[in-house]
Write a protein that binds this ligand. Structure first.
Ligand code: GLY
Ligand code: MN
Ligand code: MN
Length: 447
């Protein structure tokens, strides 16, 4: 992957910021993601580890970054694959340590094949080791092996580290606040995904399959320069919309179905996450419309609640209120608003939270609570806002006409200094917009 000078400076800056927060006399180790087998001897399309990518912009496997603040001979050290003509013939160009040193502005770079000889020497004498503990048992084991090498030389005066610290907290607090450049990439991811959603909506008609719609947005994602969806796409027609993580996407779309599409591309390592729900035949029936209007109102209120200084929970609370109010009005929940919220009666219909951080990971890193209290939103944070109502097809407590309706509306929202900015714009969202858009698309198809 080629990077602009601006990007290179940003990776360097992130490493500096992380090192500035590390305890004295420590070392941080961040490993590249391993290749993962898909079947027999073929791998999944390679995806770099998000933390590693955030600090390096380097997308090769078999690599490890060591950050050693205060080390005189160099603080930023990378281990990576050596150039290898035969390997490169099969799988593509490798950067190699010499070029990596310059390209990635490192202090030093070594062949990954030499890591067991070199890394223990870098750890030795450091009191603390930061790494992403407990995520990959093979990496955990390797860290312990390097420590053992030092311990074995203790009689010769070698000092093994005494403390092992989770790197996640320091690093993930940095990742939580997005830079201008990151926001621009997320904006681009959102635009590509919006194009995909519009295309899927435009070709939808009873008789197509869920995967027909998936094909439309996959085409738009790839055409836009995305190399993969940010998560398994959900294309759920009719009752399937009530399965929260439905991803079979192989059913036939029926007249009268609502279609819930939850899909977003990853663009240059940044995710987008969008859900739209629309009628297969282009027109909402009265029950579908009533539920849709409640979810839309909840989403609008929740987006409005995304404000700097507001607690993380504010958008969720307001979405619960609007949804509960709406369901009481329709007679689907009984009792007063206050009581229905207290007893969480809404959870039969709205069983997930209103959103999550989004960034390099679709469910991005960063704490939601600090000292057991919901943290306050800050400019540069990006969250999804995705309320929904799902009436199970077998919910015997509601009249039949309501059963099997699943609606979610999801957008990605940036916290700004003055309020918020929705990144995922340009897809029909109100009932009127959706019906007008689909009618026009139908006309075009018929012409
Ligand atoms: N598509 C996953 C989510 O909305 O969180
Ligand atoms: Mn989603
Ligand atoms: Mn989401």
């Amino acid at each position: 992957m080629n990077h602009t000078n601006e990007e290179k400076c940003e990776y360097q800056q992130r490493r500096k910021e992380l090192m500035a927060q590390m305890e004295p006399n420590s070392i941080a180790l961040v490993a590249a993601a391993p290749a993962r087998t898909r079947s027999n001897d073929t791998d999944y399309y390679y995806r770099q580890n998000s933390d590693f990518y955030y600090l390096t912009g380097f997308d090769e496997q078999d690599a490890l970054l060591a950050l050693i603040p205060g080390r005189k001979q160099g603080e930023v050290v990378l281990f990576c694959q050596e150039k290898d003509k035969l390997k490169e013939l099969w799988t593509g160009v490798l950067m190699g340590p010499d070029a990596a040193r310059i390209e990635l502005s490192l202090d030093d770079a070594f062949p990954i094949a030499d890591i067991d000889d070199i890394l223990p020497g870098l750890i030795e004498g450091r009191e603390r080791v930061y790494y992403s503990m407990g995520h990959d048992s093979r990496f955990d084991e390797r860290v312990m092996e390097w420590v053992k090498v030092i311990r074995a030389k203790a009689k010769l005066g070698a000092q093994p580290p005494g403390e092992f610290l989770v790197l996640d907290h320091l690093l993930h607090e940095l990742r939580l606040i997005k830079s201008k450049h990151e926001i621009a990439l997320m904006q681009r991811a959102a635009e590509i995904s919006a194009e995909g959603h519009r295309q899927a909506m435009a070709v939808c008609a009873p008789g197509v399959h869920e995967y027909t719609l998936e094909a439309e947005f996959n085409y738009a994602f790839t055409r836009g320069g995305s190399r993969a969806p940010a998560y398994n796409s959900i294309v759920a027609a009719g009752d399937n919309a009530c399965i929260l993580h439905y991803d079979r996407n192989d059913a036939e779309v029926k007249d009268g179905d609502l279609i819930l599409i939850d899909a977003g591309c990853e663009y240059k390592y940044y995710a987008s996450d969008i859900t739209r729900t629309f009628p297969a035949n282009g027109t909402f029936n009265p029950q579908q419309k009533a539920i849709y209007e409640i979810v839309l109102k909840a989403q609008e209120a929740a987006i409005e609640a995304v404000q700097p200084g507001a607690p993380w929970d504010a958008p969720h609370s307001v979405s619960v209120k609007v949804i509960t109010q709406g369901l009481i009005k329709l007679g689907l929940i009984e009792g007063t608003l206050a009581n229905a919220i207290k007893t969480e009666a809404y959870r039969d219909f709205y069983m997930h939270r209103v959103g999550h951080w989004i960034g390099i990971d679709v469910h991005d890193v960063g704490d939601y609570k600090i000292d057991e209290k919901w943290r306050l939103l800050e400019p540069g944070m990006v969250t999804t806002i995705e309320p929904g109502i799902y009436i199970a097809p077998d919910n015997k407590r509601v009249p039949k006409k309501w059963r099997g309706i699943g609606v979610r509306i999801e957008d990605d929202v940036l916290v700004t200094k003055k309020g918020n900015r929705v990144l995922t714009t340009g897809i029909p969202k109100t009932v009127a917009e959706i019906e007008a858009f689909m009618a026009k698309a139908k006309q075009k198809r018929a012409a």
